[in-house]
Write a protein that binds this ligand. Structure first.
Ligand SMILES: Cc1cc2nc3c(=O)[nH]c(=O)nc-3n(C[C@H](O)[C@H](O)[C@H](O)COP(=O)(O)OP(=O)(O)OC[C@H]3O[C@@H](n4cnc5c(N)ncnc54)[C@H](O)[C@@H]3O)c2cc1C
Length: 472
């Protein structure tokens, strides 16, 4: 396994020969463009930036069909070339950064919406989620959830690298039953095979960061489209905003698809909201169906807040404002980074979303270096929240001290500054993912270096790796 110090990127395969064998597939060889497609949003983290900024691929292929994708994988297999799948490249942990150089397979030309049914949509992996949502409008539906990056992120990248987003407070995380309906993925072999994963079997591939199969198409849940009102409310203190957020998240009938709370100091970095929301206030950001608007207003008032913005889509466009979800999830971090690159963030699991006192006690301890921002969601049916705070980074040691404060309060740190799949996102080894890696990618070419545990199991039979799941 490569350690951090030895990560370097490009390797010395015969790329002219590889390019010749990929004749007919769109290729990108211009070094500046290859470098561009070797990056994602890892630069949010000073630690990942330090580690990954010199990792580049050697060649980008942009297949337009599953057959072309299969050819790319077969050629990579024949040359023992490392392979990294890439959608929109909006991941935050260097997920689509080629640690060992190699072939980058950009899926964005495989972007067709294939079929729309009642409650589901089937699309090619490279389809942008905003385009899928637009295609669904005609049938009166929308994606059950999508990340705030929907304009540039692909559905394949979301399934392989994401976890939830706008819609998760109503419908749960992507991994919750019924949200990810099925997917097809290709193996990396001399003759790549298409494997179909239905229902919970799709979790074998979900959130594996493209380590264990190249997804060609996915089927995901959609829900009846609503007339959404984008809302922003202001509060005098963060705890009240959070308490209102918790009540809104619990009110299933009201049906919010987004509930976020943002510390006033972060909101100070939202210039586009100037004149629309009370300055210096802590904010609650929500999307509510029109029928729930009065209920939402009542909850905000009961917690001492004021509803400053309540706009449907037409009014939002007329006012020239961004979607309210651009002040949620990791867009919040982006708004701060636009002004000051010394900011970074962390990902924190809240042990009991309804324990408002715990949020207040933590807030007092975090001091001036850490500004809270919570997202509410459902997981397994229960309301959960997680904190994506702004951290004013000084050193790795200081970040360690911030993590220790959270942990002392019983909160879980899902480290946003780790590039291994077992680092932040999963925290534990997912042996089921690795068993499927053994089946789908026996040479271990896919997103090499991103699994810490793979080198320890790569020589074991897949079934034995899978049994390690139960033994854990
Ligand atoms: C501002 C901002 C906001 C964000 N908000 C959210 C959010 O709300 N919710 C959320 O979950 N995430 C969020 N993210 C993270 C990211 O945007 C999403 O996970 C997004 O869905 C990734 O899609 P992508 O097409 O950009 O994938 P990429 O970044 O290109 O890839 C992600 C991972 O999937 C793999 N991959 C891509 N395509 C395939 C394929 N066809 N087959 C196999 N593996 C593949 C890649 O190798 C990589 O490991 C955010 C990121 C930013 C920068």
């Amino acid at each position: 396994m490569k350690d951090d110090a030895s990560i370097s990127g490009r390797n010395s395969l015969d790329w002219d020969a590889i390019a010749a064998e990929l004749d007919g597939v769109e290729l990108i060889r211009e070094p500046v463009l290859v470098k561009k497609r070797s990056r994602d949003f890892f630069w949010y983290s000073p630690i990942l930036n330090r580690t990954l900024k010199t990792c580049f691929g050697d060649l980008v292929a942009r297949p337009a069909t599953p057959d072309q994708m299969a050819r790319c994988l077969a050629v990579a297999h024949a040359h023992d070339a490392p392979v990294v799948l890439r959608g929109g490249g909006t991941g935050n942990y260097g997920q689509s950064v080629p640690l060992d150089g190699g072939l980058i397979i950009d899926t964005t030309a495989m972007n067709r919406v294939l079929e729309i049914g009642d409650g589901w949509v089937r699309a090619e992996a490279g389809a942008l989620m905003a385009d899928i949502n637009a295609a669904l409008a005609e049938s009166g539906q929308e994606l059950a959830m999508f990340p705030s990056t929907q304009d540039i992120a692909t559905i394949g990248g979301f399934v392989a690298g994401g976890s939830g987003g706008i819609g998760s407070v109503a419908h749960g995380m992507l991994r919750d039953k019924g949200n990810l309906i099925g997917l097809t993925a290709l193996s990396v072999e001399a003759e790549p095979q298409a494997h179909r994963f239905e229902g919970s079997d799709a979790l074998h591939i979900h959130h594996a960061w493209g380590l264990n199969g190249a997804i060609t198409e996915v089927t995901v849940r959609c829900v009846p489209r609503q007339d959404w009102i984008g809302c922003i409310a202001s509060f005098d203190d963060y705890t009240s905003a959070y308490a209102a957020g918790y009540d809104l998240a619990c009110d299933k009938e009201m049906g919010c698809k987004l509930v976020s709370t943002v510390d006033a100091r972060i909101a100070g970095y939202f210039p586009r909201l100037m004149g629309h929301v009370r300055q210096g206030a802590d904010l609650l950001v929500a999307m509510v169906p029109r029928a729930g608007l009065e209920g939402l207003r009542a909850v905000i008032t009961a917690h001492g807040g004021t509803l400053d913005v309540a706009l449907d889509e037409g009014a939002r466009q007329a006012a020239g404002l961004p979607h309210v979800f651009e002040f949620s999830y990791n867009h919040t971090t982006l708004q701060v980074l636009k002004s000051d690159r010394s900011a970074t963030y962390q990902q924190i699991g809240v042990p009991d979303a309804g324990d408002i006192g715990a949020i207040a006690r933590l807030n007092a301890d975090l001091g001036d270096d850490v500004w809270q921002h919570h997202e509410f969601a459902r997981r397994g049916g229960a309301v959960v929240s997680f904190d994506l705070p702004i951290v004013w980074y000084e050193s790795d040691e200081q970040l360690g001290r911030v993590n220790a404060i959270y942990e002392r309060h019983g909160f879980t740190v899902h480290d946003a500054h780790a590039f291994h799949v077992e680092g932040g996102g999963l925290k534990n080894v997912d042996y089921r993912h690795l068993a499927w890696k053994k089946r789908m990618d026996p040479k271990g070419l896919m997103n090499s270096g991103k699994s810490k545990a793979w080198p320890q199991v790569r020589d074991l039979p897949a079934d034995q790796i899978e049994r390690m799941t139960q033994e854990e």
